[in-house]
Design a protein around this ligand. Sequence first.
Ligand code: UTP
Length: 290
Amino acid sequence: MATGIEVAVLPVAGMGTRMLPATKAVPKEMLPILDRPLIQYAIDEALEAGIREVVLVTARGKDSIEDHLDTAPELERTLEIRGRARELESVRATRLPPGSVVSIRQQEPLGLGHAVWCARHVVGRRPFAVLLPDDLVAGSPGCLLQMVEAWRETGGNLVAVEEVPPERTGSYGIMSPGASRGRLTEVLGLVEKPRPEEAPSRLAVIGRYILQPEVMDVLGQHRRGAGGEIQLTDAMAELIGRQPFHGFAFTGTRHDCGSVLGTTIATLALALERPDLAPAVRAWAAEHLP
Ligand code: UTP
């Protein structure tokens, strides 16, 4: 029986074109949702799920992500001298244990599958998690912890899925569903970005995965798929039938924080969960929204 997942790959090498010009000089993962950058939500979710090693797959111009996860001695000292205990605590909470972050450059944006493959030497022959930070999944327990608990029963490969409207299938990897048991559905096939009339279902894979190391062998063949990119979906599809493969209907709300609309809704939704912000946001909404 499977135990736990130690290592998580966080691909953050994408160009973030949907968020331009905000992402011209700032990585999309460093854009804030309330008072935390997007990357922090994914890191906290990973740590909650028991992850001990984080592999960032980054690109040029993304150094601020690493800086955010490092110590900031001058800042911490200044906050300490000024007696800003709350702020100091919030800064210290972003620091990870020594040696737990590895950073790898994806030299060219050849696709999500290629980004994951860049982490192969660190992952080794272990099962691993992948979190796409621009999918912010709100809820407690976090999506990855829910998945790790389900995966202890299923083993193999497990991907988080949710239903999307028919006209949105072309933006996702879509699964062909088999038998269901509770929140688990057997995956019979996976297709990247199908047109609505060709989609095998409306069950879309979102940015949370638990994968077996064999997917790295498939990715190593560097086959191009939809959009000319090396697609993770295509590599995962090759494991179906060889290894257990399930879709997992998580509890929580996913926000697409790679888009302006998604970040706007995420900001509002998370503000309404915060006791220090919710009353003022509600009051503003009561006055300005019909
Ligand atoms: P997206 O499809 O959101 O692409 O990538 P993107 O470049 O980040 O954003 P847009 O579409 O141009 O606005 C999904 C995930 O895969 C990573 C991204 O960083 C994101 O976490 N990715 C994608 C890479 O790391 N490398 C790639 O070559 C492509």
